[in-house]
Design a protein around this ligand. Structure first.
Ligand SMILES: Nc1ncnc2c1ncn2[C@@H]1O[C@H](COP(=O)(O)OP(=O)(O)OP(=O)(O)O)[C@@H](O)[C@H]1O
Ligand SMILES: O=C(O)c1ccc[n+]([C@@H]2O[C@H](COP(=O)([O-])O)[C@@H](O)[C@H]2O)c1
Length: 204
């Protein structure tokens, strides 16, 4: 029987520079909006896609239903160059390495950049096939309160020291060959989904 061909649901043109901000968005908040606006400007990206994850492979407790998180994300992130997407659910991928393999295959010629907050750089070496991720796409890291030292000392930052692009040259990142990564210092927003959940403002 012929296998159904999966699509990402994303409409992207070859040559575009596209940031991918993966997250649980459980719930989405002003910190996500803030880093998205900063990343659009600082990395000079044509688009940013919010990849709303079916579930973070490192988190034990499942998030709120995907449809609810997507609807909340669309309500908070209203920008003509930002797309809120369920691509991982469509593609059936959970791990970032798998997602990137599928997206780069389905969208040849698109210059993807993986985006993440500094907290994720600190533990990046625990991700599945983390070195393959760094060898596939450039990575943009955005400052997050309390994470500067951990990120700077992280295994990834140390091992990939020579692949680092200075923050003042951030606009070069999307067209750099992997491995390449860049840490940008931005005005920081001390907001997290876990703090919002702890206040009971996003009941499951
Ligand atoms: N305030 C923030 N500043 C910088 N980066 C952030 C901020 N909030 C979220 N991010 C980044 O956005 C991405 C998606 O974050 P996520 O959806 O996990 O939200 P979170 O607030 O980190 O959630 P939780 O508190 O449950 O861990 C991650 O790369 C994370 O580092
Ligand atoms: O691939 C992995 O091993 C992996 C481990 C931890 C997190 N991630 C991805 O990192 C993004 C941020 O995750 P989270 O849960 O902190 O919002 C999201 O896209 C996850 O799928 C990916």
């Amino acid at each position: 029987m012929a296998q159904r061909r999966r699509t990402s649901g994303l409409s992207l043109r070859a040559g575009m520079t596209v940031g991918l901000l993966g997250g649980s968005f459980d719930p989405p908040h002003g910190g996500h909006v803030h880093i998205t606006r900063e990343a659009l400007k600082r990395f000079g990206l044509d688009r940013i896609v919010w990849l709303v994850s079916p579930g973070n492979p490192l988190k034990e407790q499942g998030p709120a239903p995907l449809g609810r998180r997507i609807a909340a994300a669309r309500a908070i992130m209203d920008h003509p160059r930002v797309i809120v997407s369920d691509a991982e659910a469509r593609l059936g991928t959970r791990y970032t390495a798998q997602t990137l393999e599928a997206l780069t295959r389905l969208h040849p010629g698109v210059r993807f950049v993986w985006l993440m907050g500094a907290d994720n750089l600190t533990q990046f070496h625990r991700w599945e096939h983390w070195r393959a991720i760094l060898d596939t796409v450039p990575v943009g890291v955005i400052a997050r309160p309390g994470e500067r030292t951990g990120a700077r000392r992280s295994r990834t930052a140390r091992m990939y020291r020579s692949a680092r692009i200075a923050g003042r040259a951030a606009r070069l990142l999307p067209r750099a060959d992997a491995p390449a990564w860049c840490f940008i210092n931005v005005p920081m927003a001390d907001i997290s989904s876990s703090a919002i959940r702890a206040r009971g403002d996003w009941a499951q």
